[in-house]
Design a protein around this ligand. Structure first.
Ligand SMILES: [Cu+2]
Length: 302
């Protein structure tokens, strides 16, 4: 049977070769298109902690990849070299103390090699001391509230993508989507470049998570708890960064984006001065609107 298979295989070898060449060509073309259209790695990080996190991820990933390659090669080599048709006699030992020590010690060592940098990283991420500013972030279904605790600035940030771009009720007249579709808000979070920003996270209804991919880190905002994280945008990272709620929090989970403007210290101070009063008025008006809402809105927040 094996011989028959080999004969058929020989006959069809040239067909196989043609097919392999064609599929290789196709794969190359597709992968070039894919690489052009998508990023396949993490976005470029704009904080030191984000870069360190990415490096740590890659280190652990390559350790896992090396283990996978080693185990796969070892397994297939063993199957191939010890196959029955070669007349290999099975070994009949049942215990090997040396082997057992090796296969316990090696994984433990690998785990220690990964655990040391991971623990250092966790400690660094949790160290919110010596921060320059503190922002309390509260998640709501479905918006964010930002309180600059020392500066009396306090505002809500809600999605500003027009509803007709999202709903698209009329197929005959589609509404063109904006450049930052679903990733734009009425009020941006503003932070100074190069300053350590401590972020206190909580929520007022269900669990949300605050995540701006390019600024590194992501943490849950849990009702009744205060979680802490910190970011320090690079000095040259002035610009706008977009993120989103990263914890499924209800029907409009996809509609609570985060927009962070990283600005210079001067621009930050100007912004603080300009926003201290207007923000508190806005909070009052939103609170009043909330009180005036009819009871039926409760059902939609389930
Ligand atoms: Cu959410």
């Amino acid at each position: 049977m094996v011989l028959n298979f080999l004969k058929v295989f020989q006959l069809k070898k040239h067909i196989l070769q043609v097919l392999l060449t064609l599929s290789a060509l196709l794969m190359t073309t597709i992968s070039h298109v894919a690489v052009a259209a998508y990023e396949y790695d993490f976005p470029e990080q704009k904080t030191q902690i984000g870069r360190e996190l990415t490096d740590l991820h890659h280190f652990v990933f390559y350790v896992c990849l090396a283990i996978m390659v080693f185990v796969t090669i070892w397994m297939f080599a063993s199957i191939f070299m010890h196959r029955k048709s070669r007349g290999v006699e099975p070994a009949n030992f049942s215990h090997s103390t040396t082997l057992e020590i090796i296969w316990t010690a090696v994984p433990v060592l690998i785990l220690i090699v990964m655990a040391i940098p991971a623990t250092k990283m966790l400690i660094k991420m949790e160290d919110t001391t010596k921060s320059d500013i503190t922002i309390k972030v509260t998640g709501y279904q479905w918006k964010w509230q930002y309180e600059y605790l020392a500066d009396n600035v306090d505002f809500y940030s809600t999605i500003s993508t027009p509803r007709d771009q999202i709903d698209q009720y009329n197929n005959d007249a589609p509404v063109p989507q904006g450049e930052n579709y679903l990733q734009e808000t009425d009020n941006h979070v503003v932070i100074p470049a190069g300053k350590k920003v401590r972020i206190l996270l909580t929520a007022n209804d269900v669990i949300h998570a605050w995540w701006v991919p390019k600024l590194g880190g992501k943490k849950d905002a849990i009702p009744g708890y205060i979680n802490e994280m910190w970011i320090r945008a690079d000095e040259d990272a002035i610009g706008t960064y977009r993120g989103r709620c990263a914890e499924l929090c209800g029907k409009d989970h996809a509609f609570m984006p985060i927009v962070v403007d990283v600005v210079s210290q001067e621009d930050y101070e100007t912004w603080l001065a300009a926003n201290a009063d207007t923000a508190s008025d806005q909070i009052k008006s939103v609170a009043a609107a909330k009180l005036a809402q009819p009871k039926q809105s409760v059902a939609t927040t389930e």
